[in-house]
Design a protein. Structure first.
Length: 534
């Protein structure tokens, strides 16, 4: 996309502060530094590291950050204006902002008269002085100052003149950036558009002043509101990676960035950095120990996934038919899913993707579709288990090569009052004409089976030691039979280069687990063979 005349957009990330206010989100100072370095490498302009006056963890991050030379991003400390009735020189919060060593500082002040008078028991005049003096003080200390107008849109609706007066106070203090905040997340895009335009117009044409937007997602409008504010004239966009944040979260930068770049022609990120977006999203998810959301726009695993046969048939001719952009632009990829809703187009596309030759026999292709639909009807789920899907396709086309065969296994689970459950597995497998019998312990029956199978195979296939189980999921397919119900087990595994999923289905959870586990090893060994042949 041509960007010769593109307007500038500034990306401000607050994952390390606002994002950490989300439920179950925690980053150690070391985690925060790793994320900050990745954000910097990805082209983010400002990285808010935390509120140094509020907790030791934030202070520790700024100490670590001082030892790192960031390529592009400006590390930013967050805090409030001085407290009422104090001077800036004696305010501990402002002192902590300066002591953080951050080259940029973002301070927030009260915009809504409700907060000033009812919550803080302050006067409107003193609040204006707090804003003006705090901005001026921090500028005098050599810091770049960004002013966040907290609750701006609600304040504007309640008392327009006073809300604008708070911004004027920040400008009188010397700031060059006013960020308008929808702190409660209750505004609609039409409100954001109108109020943002009126506010920017109030200050007239000024080359020394830019406006920003900070939105929350309580009405599921955070991204839409941020985009609307940019359309209305805002330059800086604040948000978090993956939309992490308090209550329902903040505006999600993984959606905002490609919208600004690809939909609005804004100069905000290079194509090379845009292509890192999915990896950035996954890295932050992994660091937060929060599973990625598959349906997350742009970067989610399902963002460019196609299941319906009509859709797949169309994208094989022209992906634009059912994709609003090329997935590679954001580091994602197109996926075609195979399920009971699949048509022949899905099977052909998926077989090619997985490297399975279906030949030209149309009857065989129809047979494969029929078999997969029947398996899906029995409870298998191949759109979430592409490793098992490849093995099934190879079996149905007589291309399957088993790397090992099970003779038998036995699993013993013991429990006594002195300790938790204890599992032991004994397994007999055959590789060619050689039989191998091994046993192993584990924290549970599946762990014991995994350890025993790995032990049996490692002498002949040392690469299995590079493989590890990443995720293990059990789903009851139909609970009407109670504990006799059929279950589906999904296993996600990883080696040094690949992540792959396999599935098993049975009324017996151990049997279903074995199916998925065995498939994961078979698939891993088939990958090794494919790589060796290339």
């Amino acid at each position: 996309m041509e960007n010769k005349t593109a307007a500038k957009a500034i990306l401000y990330d607050t994952t390390l502060r606002d994002g950490m206010q989300g439920e179950n989100i925690f980053f150690s100072p070391e985690d925060k530094l790793k994320i900050a370095m990745r954000l910097d490498e990805s082209g983010i302009h400002y990285i808010e590291g935390g509120w140094p006056g509020s907790n030791p963890g934030a202070q520790a991050f700024f100490e670590l950050a001082r030892e790192v030379e960031f390529k592009q991003a400006r590390i930013t400390a967050f805090g409030s204006t001085r407290r009422q009735g104090r001077t800036c020189e004696e305010d501990a919060n402002l002192k902590a902002l300066i002591d953080s060593g951050a080259p940029a500082v973002t301070i927030f002040g009260k915009t809504w008269d409700l907060h000033v008078e009812s919550i803080m028991s302050n006067t409107l005049e003193e609040n204006l002085a707090m804003i003006r003096e705090s901005v001026a003080f921090l500028l005098d200390q050599g810091r770049e100052v960004i002013y966040d107008a907290e609750h701006f849109y609600d304040g504007y609706k309640a008392n327009k003149d006073y809300a604008l007066a708070t911004l004027e106070a920040a400008v009188e203090g010397g700031t060059g950036c006013l960020v308008l905040c929808d702190t409660n997340g209750g505004c609609l895009p039409c409100d954001i558009d109108t109020i943002t335009r009126e506010t920017i117009a109030h200050f007239g044409e000024r080359d020394d002043l830019i406006f920003g937007i900070h939105t929350h997602n309580d009405c599921a409008m955070a991204v839409a509101n941020a985009v609307n504010a940019v359309h209305a004239g805002a330059t800086m966009v604040q948000g978090t990676i993956n939309g992490y944040g308090e209550r329902c979260g903040n505006a999600d930068l993984t959606a905002i960035i490609p919208i600004l770049s690809q939909k609005m022609n804004r100069d905000c990120i290079s194509p090379e950095n845009l292509a890192k977006l999915q990896n950035l999203s996954r890295f932050v998810s992994e660091t937060a120990n929060v599973p990625p959301v598959s349906s997350r726009p742009f970067v989610g695993q399902s963002a460019f996934a196609h299941k319906g046969g009509v859709h797949v048939s169309a994208i094989m001719k022209n992906p634009k038919a059912y994709e609003h952009m090329a997935p590679e632009l954001v580091g994602n990829q197109r996926r075609v899913l195979v399920s009971e809703q699949s048509g022949k187009s899905n099977i052909i596309y998926k077989a090619k993707e997985l490297g399975v030759d279906l030949g030209d026999d149309e009857a065989r292709k129809a047979m494969i579709v029929s078999n997969i639909k029947e398996l899906e009807n029995d409870g298998f789920e191949f759109d979430a288990a592409e490793g098992s899907l490849k093995l099934i396709m190879e079996k149905l086309t007589e291309q399957y090569k088993s790397r090992f065969d099970l003779e038998s296994f036995r699993v013993v689970v013991e429990k006594d009052k002195e300790r938790p459950c204890y599992s032991h597995a004994m397994i007999k497998i055959r590789v060619g004409d050689k039989a191998e019998i091994t046993s192993a312990e584990g924290d549970g029956p599946v762990s014991a089976l995994d350890n025993a199978l790995r032990k049996a195979l490692s002498a002949m296939y040392p690469s299995v030691n590079d493989m590890q189980l990443v995720d293990f999921k059990v789903r009851v397919i139909d609970g009407s039979d109670g504990t006799d119900s059929k279950v589906r087990v999904l296993i996600e595994s990883r080696d040094t280069e690949n992540v792959f999923s396999t599935v098993g289905v049975s009324e017996d959870i151990i049997e279903a687990s074995w199916q998925a586990l065995a498939d994961s090893f078979q698939y891993k060994l088939s990958l090794d063979t494919d790589n060796a042949d290339q």
